[in-house]
Design a protein around this ligand. Structure first.
Ligand code: SF4
Ligand code: SF4
Length: 364
């Protein structure tokens, strides 16, 4: 009997640990050895960081731009370069730059040459335009109004020189968001989807596909109400209240808001998370209604480049885009960039005072 109990105990299932694995096991040995004991770092050239530890150890990090969405061919190619010219250790930054660590300056030149020969630029450090951060787009998410990764690839092709050089007044973080409600970040320059028409409802599908209370509760301005349409339970939208945010589409796909003509792109500027030199800032709308025009989005690229190069020319050293605009003022920003100032830039919406859906209360 005692034996049976022992066997049963041995077979008990152990909990499965989920989440990120411990990063220390993948780190370069010099980084593990000197963890938390770095004295200073500098940048010997664009795209290379040099860290010196109190122990006297030194490590060089080469930052490489990628095309963001990597297939097996690209991953094998990059790993072969890292194995042959580096020391087998890589990591990705949050903006999907590849970083390769080596313990000798002599290895840096051949490593950069190998990446360049394979078509991969080295840069993105210091006062450059680093890789544009983007949301998941059509690859992983179910609600995009555009393909953020496509916008990023087209723009980075155009801003290639600004990635490999450090010639901006300060670092420039550009972000993209493929819907209007979730992942849009605080970028120096941000490209975000902008829906301009309320959702079109396929009433035949609502009853089978959507949980109506969830959809009603999801609307930030309480514009959705349950309704019977053609004898079937459905919903209706008060189009005067609807702010075209797209929040109803994820829980209720029959409320389609994506539209090839009416889903546009908007440009926002001046956001930052950093509190160096000035407080973190929210981004502000500067261009609305730009065509969502794949595969190269030329209208968006033209506006982004106009803002970027005006900033490059006019800003003082170490001013971020938001700091620059704060100093010169918004009227001067529109004057210098030549962007039209329209009624869409005036934030006079007061609906939140009366109708912002700030509770889980369901309104019938
Ligand atoms: S921005 Fe919107 S559509 Fe794009 S990945 Fe985030 S949640 Fe999905
Ligand atoms: S969730 Fe957004 S898009 Fe949908 S009805 Fe409400 S305001 Fe309009």
């Amino acid at each position: 009997m005692a034996q049976v109990q022992a066997v049963e105990k041995k077979q008990m299932r152990t909990p499965i640990e989920s989440g990120c694995p411990d990063g220390m096991q993948y780190m370069h040995p010099l980084m593990v050895k000197n963890f938390g004991n770095w004295m200073y770092h500098d940048r010997p050239r664009p795209g290379v960081l040099h860290h010196v530890a109190y122990s006297g150890d030194e490590i060089w990090t080469v930052r490489v731009g990628t095309q963001r969405q990597l297939g097996p061919y690209e991953i094998n190619l990059l790993c072969d370069i890292v194995d042959k010219y580096g020391e087998g250790f890589v990591r990705f930054t949050i903006r999907s730059n590849l970083e390769v660590m080596v313990s000798s300056w002599d290895k840096v030149g051949p490593l950069i040459q190998a990446f360049n020969d394979a078509g991969y630029p080295v840069g993105g450090t210091g006062n450059s335009v680093t890789m544009i951060s983007h949301t998941q787009g059509w690859l992983h998410c179910d609600i995009p109004g555009t393909d953020a990764s496509g916008v990023v690839k087209s723009l980075m092709d155009e801003l290639y020189e600004e990635f490999i050089k450090e010639e901006m007044p300060n670092r420039v973080h550009i972000t993209t968001s493929c819907c209007q409600i979730n992942c849009g970040g605080q970028g120096d320059i941000a490209i975000n989807v902008q829906h301009t028409k309320p959702p079109k409802i396929n009433h035949d599908l609502v009853a089978n596909v959507c949980e109506r209370p969830s959809v009603v509760a999801r609307c930030p301005v309480a514009a959705i109400r349950p309704a019977m349409v053609n004898g079937k339970p459905s919903v209706e939208v008060d189009e005067k209240k609807c702010i075209c945010c797209g929040a109803c589409y994820p829980p209720c796909p029959p409320m389609q808001i994506n539209d090839p003509e009416h889903s546009k792109l908007a440009i926002w500027v001046g956001g930052k998370n950093s509190n160096a030199r000035s407080k973190p800032m929210f981004q502000k709308l500067v261009a609305a209604g730009l065509p969502n025009n794949p595969p190269r989005w030329p209208e968006v690229a033209a506006v982004v480049k106009k803002i970027l190069y005006t900033y490059k020319k006019d800003a003082r050293d170490w001013e971020r885009v938001g700091d620059w605009v704060e100093r010169i003022g918004w009227p001067r920003f529109f004057e210098l960039t030549g962007l039209p100032f329209t009624k869409f830039h005036i934030d006079n919406w007061r609906g939140a005072r009366n109708s912002l859906n700030a509770s889980a209360h369901i309104r019938f």
